[in-house]
Design a binder for this molecule. Structure first.
Ligand code: C2E
Ligand code: SIN
Ligand code: SIN
Ligand code: SIN
Ligand code: FE
Ligand code: FE
Length: 393
């Protein structure tokens, strides 16, 4: 498609893409979009974004059309824990270190004079052949390198790998600059949200961050299975999971509006106290009203609907069955499971067999029966999550 555009068309296309990117607020969806559009612009078969974390480049996003066709669901997992030092030895490391882009026509025929070499383990693990490569640093206005974007195997109109063009390089440098600003902004938003979650936790010290992390992780695992069963598109699953993690962590953020006398009461609530407690669902939802972003919309949905019941006897709206948004149904199950299996100020932890018995009994009553089935089918994963985020004493 590359060849269809002359220079002017490409510039206007760039400006349009830039405008679109400014409307994506979630960092994960944003990086996915940046990579996708960059690859389309250059007709690259594959690409990845590394983000600098703790002086190393972490393989954060990868897209590969050839591998995707081979294995639609699993391709990203292959790379999930790839990390490269910022030094002269690798191509990506060199680009991050020098802050200059690098265009390589064939990674297997590198000049003897260059300090870097091509890291073959990527190709070996993936069963892929990298040939041409262009690697661009993501540099902030304060000259800080926050990452590297790498695109691989430009193709001609027949799909054969060819070198990238000089013109690709100058366009992409421009493009990477504006993308970097957007990444920085999204990072700040995410940090603010995480601070908000911390604040909510401080209100409820017994519950701690472990509960929200567990509920978010169970929810993502349940959703993954549910989405596969219901044949959602790979890209939709990935995008949804990214925002689900944060939205699920925020499910009880409305509890900040509840007084300590009620929230920390070491005994059963009175009817009046429970009436007030139940307002936390709506109070939380109100924080995200306006649906500015996908993240706001999902956070709203989850805060509002995580206490609804499949049989319609929940609160606050008494929604029934599939009228309850899927994310609300998922978080309801994850939340109650975790509340029961853990100790609370107002109750001791239940035994595991009792909790499982309760879930089975409540399938079709409190919970979506399909989700209870999924939950039990991935119970080994659920237990691993509990081990990963234990409660503090
Ligand atoms: P939470 O502690 O996060 O509990 C979430 C949900 O788990 C509860 O929603 C309920 O559906 C389930 N759950 C928790 N503990 C038990 C239990 O011992 N038995 C049964 N059958 N289910 C349980 P629910 O009931 O709408 O409560 C919402 C929130 O209200 C709770 O969130 C908690 O913060 C507070 N709360 C509920 N009951 C009490 C109580 O007796 N004392 C105090 N101090 N807080 C309570
Ligand atoms: C985001 O869109 O990533 C943040 C949501 C917001 O607070 O507007
Ligand atoms: C490198 O940049 O040398 C390693 C990353 C890759 O092989 O794509
Ligand atoms: C569903 O309930 O099946 C989907 C609705 C949603 O995405 O919230
Ligand atoms: Fe709640
Ligand atoms: Fe909860």
């Amino acid at each position: 498609m590359n060849t269809l555009f002359n220079g002017d068309d490409k510039l206007s296309q760039l400006l349009k893409i830039n405008d679109e990117l400014n409307h994506i607020k979630d960092i994960d969806s944003l990086l996915d979009a940046i990579l996708y559009k960059t690859r389309r612009l250059t007709n690259a078969d594959a690409g990845s974004i590394f983000l600098v974390e703790k002086k190393a480049l972490n393989f954060s996003y990868v897209q590969n059309d050839t591998l995707r066709q081979r294995d639609p669901l699993n391709n990203k997992q292959i790379y999930s824990s790839f990390s490269i030092p910022v030094d002269e030895k690798s191509i990506a490391g060199y680009v991050a270190l020098k802050g200059k882009s690098l265009k390589i026509d064939n990674v297997h025929k590198l000049d003897n004079t260059v300090p870097y070499s091509f890291n073959r383990s990527f190709d070996e693990i993936a069963g892929y052949t990298t040939q041409s490569m262009m690697t661009i640093p993501l540099i902030t206005t304060r000259s800080q390198v926050i990452g590297v974007m790498q695109i691989i195997n430009a193709r001609d109109d027949l799909g054969k790998p060819i070198p990238f063009k000089e013109s690709d390089e100058s366009y992409l440098n421009f493009f990477a600059g504006s993308a970097t600003a957007a990444i920085e902004k999204a990072k700040m938003t995410r940090e603010m949200i995480l601070r908000m979650i911390k604040m909510a936790e401080l209100r409820d010290p017994k519950e701690t961050g472990a509960h929200v992390n567990r509920v978010a992780s169970y929810s993502i695992e349940i959703f993954q299975k549910w989405a596969e069963k219901n044949e959602l598109q790979y890209k939709d699953i990935k995008n949804y999971k990214d925002i689900l993690r944060i939205s699920a962590m925020l499910h009880d953020v409305g509890k900040v509006a509840i007084s300590d006398v009620i929230l920390k009461k070491p005994a059963k609530l009175s009817d009046e106290e429970f009436r007030i407690m139940k307002t936390h669902a709506y109070q939380g939802a109100k924080l995200f009203a306006g649906n500015v972003s996908d993240l706001d919309a999902l956070s709203y949905e989850i805060a509002y609907s995580h206490h609804e019941r499949w049989d319609g006897r929940g609160y606050p709206r008494r929604l029934i069955g599939e009228n309850i948004p899927i994310a609300g149904r998922i978080v309801a199950l994850a939340d109650v499971y975790d509340a029961l299996i853990s100790a609370r100020v107002y109750k001791p932890a239940w035994k595991e067999t009792e909790v499982i018995g309760m879930l089975k009994q409540e399938a079709g009553h409190h919970f979506d029966p399909e989700l209870v089935g999924i939950f039990l089918s991935i119970y080994d994963v659920i237990k691993a999550i509990r081990n990963k985020f234990p409660d503090k004493e």
